[in-house]
Design a protein around this ligand. Structure first.
Ligand code: COA
Length: 260
């Protein structure tokens, strides 16, 4: 995979994507979004990749939002297309069927906060700041931030963040449930990779179905989501990994999952 604005590395079953435009705090222009789309699709279809870490280059920015140079000149139809394209890329991340950990190393604002929210889990450096400052530009979030933020932190807190445009420190983001963990900046990547390696060692089909059951199930009426869960529960029973996991428990040894 050759990209101009991304770095993609592999370490065992873990892939690390780094958005690499540090001069503009890794702001997402059209090209970067498109490169992310291609990288996510490639990693989704690569069976050797079981978890992904997404971060930003440099120590100041995770992603400081959509590129304001592009926003400043957008037309109504262009703005709609821009939002749909961004939503599509974030949906791909959310539904890639593998855990994606946002390692938030600095500013995660606007599209950066939206990107982090599309990830499965979020680990932030103590120095990171998060927010949806679009209101200060006279616009609104367009990568489904109004929807994911309310689902993650609740309607009241989401409306406060969206309407004030405030940047909140990592510890406050942790208090309201916007990030899962806060760690010292120097430990961020090692902690994110450690967590990714742990998730990568789990049975991949079960991981995929848990992601589907929660993410898709939460958008369904409860009784339908229960049927969906039961169907996935039945399907996972057909895997070699289910037989290995239960056998390993009974034989008092560590399971060796193969992803089948
Ligand atoms: N789009 C394009 N360029 C951006 C950007 C964005 N979203 N965010 C930062 N940059 C650029 C700045 O213009 C600056 O470029 P320059 O060196 O050519 O002047 C560079 O990144 C560094 O940012 P700067 O503002 O000088 O750093 P700072 O430490 O003073 O402030 C922020 C950091 C994140 C608070 C500030 O850059 C900011 O508010 N960015 C915009 C955030 C935003 O509104 N995002 C939502 C967009 S929808």
């Amino acid at each position: 995979m050759a990209f101009e604005n991304l770095l993609v590395e592999r370490d065992g079953g873990v892939a690390v994507i780094t958005v690499n435009r540090p001069k503009v705090l890794n702001a997402l222009n059209t090209q970067t979004l498109d490169e992310l789309r291609r990288a996510i699709l490639e990693l989704k279809h690569d069976d050797s990749v079981r978890a992904v870490v997404l971060t930003g280059a440099g120590d100041k920015g995770f992603i400081a939002g959509a590129d304001i140079n592009e926003l400043a000149v957008q037309t109504p139809t262009g703005g709609r297309e821009h939002a749909l394209r961004g939503q599509h890329v974030l949906d791909l991340i959310e539904h890639m069927g593998k855990p994606v950990i946002a390692a938030i190393n600095g500013y995660a604002l606007g599209g950066g906060c939206e990107m982090a929210m599309a990830c499965t889990l979020r680990i932030a450096a103590e120095t990171a700041k998060l927010g949806q400052p679009e209101i200060n530009l006279g616009i609104i979030p367009g990568y489904a931030g109004t929807q994911r933020l309310a689902r993650i932190v609740g309607k009241g807190r989401a409306l406060e963040l969206l309407l004030t445009g405030d940047q909140i420190p990592a510890q406050e983001a942790h208090r309201i449930g916007l990030v899962n963990r806060v760690v010292p900046a120097a430990a961020l990547m090692s902690e994110a990779k450690k967590l990714a390696a742990t998730l990568a060692s789990k049975a991949p089909v079960a991981v995929h179905y848990i992601l589907d059951a929660v993410q898709k199930g939460m958008e369904m009426p409860f009784p339908e989501a229960e049927v969906f869960e039961a169907t996935l529960f039945g399907l996972v029973s057909s895997t070699e990994d289910m037989r290995e996991g239960t056998k390993a428990f009974l034989e008092k040894r560590k399971a060796d999952f193969k992803g089948r």
